[in-house]
Design a protein around this ligand. Structure first.
Ligand SMILES: Cc1ncc(COP(=O)(O)O)c(C=O)c1O
Length: 401
């Protein structure tokens, strides 16, 4: 079999995009004004069933703006998962606050049981504020992240937030198009349940604007503030009066031009992600030593990223088998990757509080993300699975010898 190169996740761009970009260039609307920005906001908000949305430069910019709006600052702390891309955490520090790292549940997302336990055992409520006993910081918010498009247990998280006076910023950067089927939030989309939700349109996301983000909220005042802060807090457009320190975080018209054509394809992209996920499932279900991890029941996830759990071969150190398998696949031209290094172990955050991290450590060592681009066809998935099975068989053989 000829060696092929298969990327982990590539953007899937259609011909329409060129037309939209051409319009921006020909008419000169390439910056923070132009018709595509409003159109993209309208399309995203109506897709997820919200009144309005604010388009910004990136998911990171959206999260930063959200924390600023919720008045998170020096002396405060924010509860975050350790198992997530670091961009979900960094904006806490941009605001001069400290992250407190929590574990994930089996579904990769913030563990609500440990979250409640942490609030009850490690903190106290004082005048309606949650104070972290050890550091004396006021905990203002929780950032649940819908990892790989899998939904966090938002029913439990929202209850805890209510009980402990916390605001909730949903990091829905990976979860555009995921929604609940059952329970209190049936029919609601990722990002629409918390006080603020944030999406990303980075190139590896389910739809892309090259780079970009979107802020949503059921509270129109929050969105008004988001629009104001992301456009340098300009109070007078003629005399350039600014009454607050804002940011240059507005999405560009050329980014939105990409988004407008991409969002029409989202339902098809999700169908492809789902179909390919089940192909992996079918091709790998009989292979011992590995299993494709499921998404949360009672939801319709967008199946953005696929996570394979790789067991340790006998007598291998934890994670060694996953690493060797990954190296073999990369050698074969199949791009795959481990889940992120846990944030509580990252250099800027080693001194922060972390609480009972166990499941995330297990996932850090054993998860392998497999190629999941929406342009993969059945033959590609079959090819990847065959290579994977072959590599695993050869590792098992060497391990027995
Ligand atoms: C979980 C998570 N949070 C935040 C971000 C930041 O989004 P962006 O790259 O658009 O800044 C990303 C993705 O890049 C992400 O995966």
């Amino acid at each position: 079999m000829e060696k092929r190169e298969i990327a982990l996740s590539t953007p899937n761009l259609n011909a329409d995009i060129v037309e939209n970009l051409k319009e921006c260039i020909e008419e000169g609307w390439i910056s923070t004004s132009g018709r595509f920005i409003g159109e993209f906001e309208e399309k995203v908000s109506s897709y997820i069933g919200m009144e309005d949305a604010v388009a910004c430069q990136s998911g990171t910019a959206g999260l930063h703006t959200a924390l600023r709006i919720l008045d998170v600052g020096a002396g405060d702390a924010v509860l975050v998962p350790t198992l997530t891309f670091i961009a979900a955490v960094n904006p806490v520090r941009y605001q001069g606050a400290e992250p407190i790292f929590l574990d994930c549940d089996k579904g990769f997302c913030l563990d609500p049981v440990k979250l409640r336990q942490f609030c009850a055992a490690e903190c106290r409520l004082e005048d309606g504020r949650l104070i972290h006993n050890k550091t004396g910081r006021t905990i203002k918010a929780i950032i649940p992240v819908h990892i790989f498009g899998n939904l966090s247990d938002m029913e439990a998280i929202m209850e805890i937030a209510q009980d402990y006076s916390l605001k909730v910023i949903e990091d829905a950067t990976e979860a555009l198009g995921s929604f609940w089927i059952d329970g209190a939030f049936a029919g609601q989309h990722a990002g629409t349940v918390g006080h603020i939700g944030v999406f990303s349109f980075n190139a590896n996301k389910i739809i892309t604007t090259g780079g970009g983000g979107m802020i949503v909220s059921p509270d129109s005042d929050i969105l008004r503030q988001a629009r104001y802060l992301t456009t340098t807090a300009k109070d007078d457009g003629l005399f350039f009066a600014h009454n607050e320190v804002g940011y240059n975080y507005r999405m560009l018209n050329i980014q939105a031009a990409l988004g407008v054509s991409q969002i029409d394809e989202l339902p098809d992209f999700i169908q492809t992600k789902i179909a390919n996920y089940w192909l992996y499932w079918e091709f790998l279900s009989e292979t011992p030593g590995i299993r494709l991890l499921p998404f949360r029941p009672g939801t319709r996830p967008n199946h953005w990223f696929y996570a394979l759990y790789v067991d340790d071969l006998p007598e291998s150190a934890p994670g060694e088998t996953r690493n060797r398998l990954m190296a073999r696949l990369i050698e074969e031209g199949i791009q795959c990757r481990p889940v992120w290094k846990l944030n509580h172990t990252q250099t800027p955050y080693v001194n922060c509080t972390n609480y009972l991290i166990e499941q995330a450590e297990d996932y850090e060592k054993h998860i392998l993300n497999l190629p999941c681009s929406t342009n993969l066809v059945e033959a590609d998935v079959r090819y990847i699975c065959e290579k994977l099975q072959k590599a695993l068989a050869s590792l098992s053989a060497t391990s027995v010898l």
